[in-house]
Design a protein around this ligand. Sequence first.
Ligand SMILES: C[S@@+](CC[C@H](N)C(=O)[O-])C[C@H]1O[C@@H](n2cnc3c(N)ncnc32)[C@H](O)[C@@H]1O
Length: 400
Amino acid sequence: MLKNLVVAADERAEALDRLILRGADRQLTGVDAGDIVVLEDSSGALTLHALATVLAETDTARRVLVRSRSYQQARAMRTLADRLLEGLGQDAVARLVVAGLDTEALDLETALAECSLKPTLALGRLPKTLSALDDWSRALARHSALATTEFSLCLGGNTKHMTRTMNTVLEQSFGEVWAGRGQGKFRALLAKAPRQSVLAHTAEETQIAAGTLLGLGGVFSGGREDRGGAYLADIACDLLPQLPRSAGGEAVRVLDLGCGNGSVSLRLLHRAQELSLPLVLTATDLDADAVRSATQTLAPYKAGEQTVTVTWDDASAGSASGSFDLLLLNPPFHEGTRLDATMVRPLLDAATRLLALDGQLLLVHNSHLRYRAQLEDRFEEVEQLGRNGTFTVLSACNPL
Ligand SMILES: C[S@@+](CC[C@H](N)C(=O)[O-])C[C@H]1O[C@@H](n2cnc3c(N)ncnc32)[C@H](O)[C@@H]1O
């Protein structure tokens, strides 16, 4: 059975995974083996390799904590591991902890504490933003300092996306930081000796008229307002007094689909408060860092008359069909640096399912990207509500 795990890990391993695994293995020589943390494992190879390592020892109960920002990736990892571990019993299944699915916490530090893990190694792919790297390294150093175990970190990436500043960020949390030998286009950054009294990662903050925007880790746009999102919020706020209410109810049911740091929801909640209009608002995102950020941004509204829920989900799959009067969408259109206007499709498909009978979708896009045809394929009524120098806001009603 363990052989299945090793074979599956090898089959999935990409060149970058092999480099990370070699770097990580060297770190473990002579160290008491503890739990293992796996970060942003897009291929699954690092997690399966880590699981095979901990399960190979029958006299310990070492565990593997996987932390993926993407809900899809976290779910896929849980499903794959459950399938491969099926014949090994519940104990083996429980050796994998997926942050956000098997823990309440979405952030690394709280997830580690929640499961009382004592990791000696964290390995994974370098994040795209320095803020996400700061988030992980502070979480790992703070937890290791408390757990008093020896701890090493090995993160690999493409050298063309690596900068010296990454070392500087790691040095704030670890006493020893160095770069491994590169291979092809990849290289690993390694760190050990967690510093004492490292401060927790703090949110980037921006004050806007509606309140305070907070951005944690690698959330889209950090703690700042995205210009497209701001234009969408302007138009949605103007529309708010004219919206039909839910059948028999007073409150307008709003879905902020792909909420990022919560800026659009914040603006809408603020305007609704001014109008004394109750909202039942759901802000949802695929990205765990977005959910953490929006939860903090929208916290002041949790206690008031408005009903606010923030969820980690894929295209709001967990919401009931026909349950929203207004759906707000500022869709993703970049995969890394590549423009990709098809990324909106699953979100538009979800919108047709989620809107109530008289419901309305508002979508903002960069004016040079052509989204109107994609809306017309799915909705009977599509109209332009606004256009400025850069952005267009379209409204769509009556799914086909
Ligand atoms: C362009 S950003 C907009 C963020 C925010 N609404 C704003 O205006 O600042 C798009 C957001 O959609 C999220 N997203 C992408 N695919 C998603 C999916 N399938 N389900 C939920 N959210 C998704 C991304 O994580 C990102 O936060």
